[in-house]
Design a protein around this ligand. Structure first.
Ligand code: RP5
Length: 168
């Protein structure tokens, strides 16, 4: 491997962390180095800008940005970097995360954010892994294994359900 695959994970508040746990676990399972930071587009705007501006030089390939409510973090980070930014809407308000989803997904032309489902921490991680897989063939091998184990798990659930229905 000519360099270490690294993903930056940024969240708007430490209250977002529970959704990020599975995301971090998946990245760890794929042996991807992570940096986990709390940084808000509204409460710490300078920190957000500095983080995004320096991410490329620090060797990150992808940024995952999780935020809730008026969730501008992913868009603000994307404004300051050419790295791909994955937006993860958090279900943190009375609007059930729809506010976060729309705040993240409705970016103006020129500044894309790849948005995953509300609270979709696992898919945020897997999308980051797939982006890294373009550069690192050994990550692609692990992604094929991941798909295969997912298929086996579904086949097993299908078998168990059929078994259960026979007993009815
Ligand atoms: C957003 O506001 C954060 O991403 C979080 O989802 C939400 C609430 O933050 P706290 O008031 O819990 O710190 O910026």
């Amino acid at each position: 491997m000519d360099s270490v695959p690294k993903v930056a994970i940024v969240m708007g508040s430490d209250s977002d962390y529970p959704v990020l746990e599975k995301c971090i676990k998946i990245l760890n399972d794929f042996s991807i180095e992570t940096d986990v930071t709390v940084c808000s587009a509204h409460r710490t705007p300078e920190k957000a800008a500095d983080y995004a501006k320096s991410a490329e030089k620090k060797g990150f390939s992808v940024i995952i940005a999780a935020a809730g409510k008026a969730a501008h973090l992913a868009g603000v980070l994307a404004a300051y970097t050419v790295l791909p930014v994955i937006g993860l809407p958090i279900q943190s308000s009375t609007l059930d995360g729809l506010d976060s989803l729309l705040s993240i997904v409705q970016m103006p032309s020129g500044v894309p954010v790849a948005t995953v489902a509300i609270n979709g921490g696992e898919n945020a991680a897997l999308l980051a892994v797939q982006i890294l897989g373009v550069k690192y063939p050994e990550i692609r091998v692990k992604l094929h294994q991941y798909k295969e184990s997912m298929k086996k798990a579904v086949d097993e659930k299908d078998r168990q359900l059929k078994e259960k229905l026979k007993l009815l």
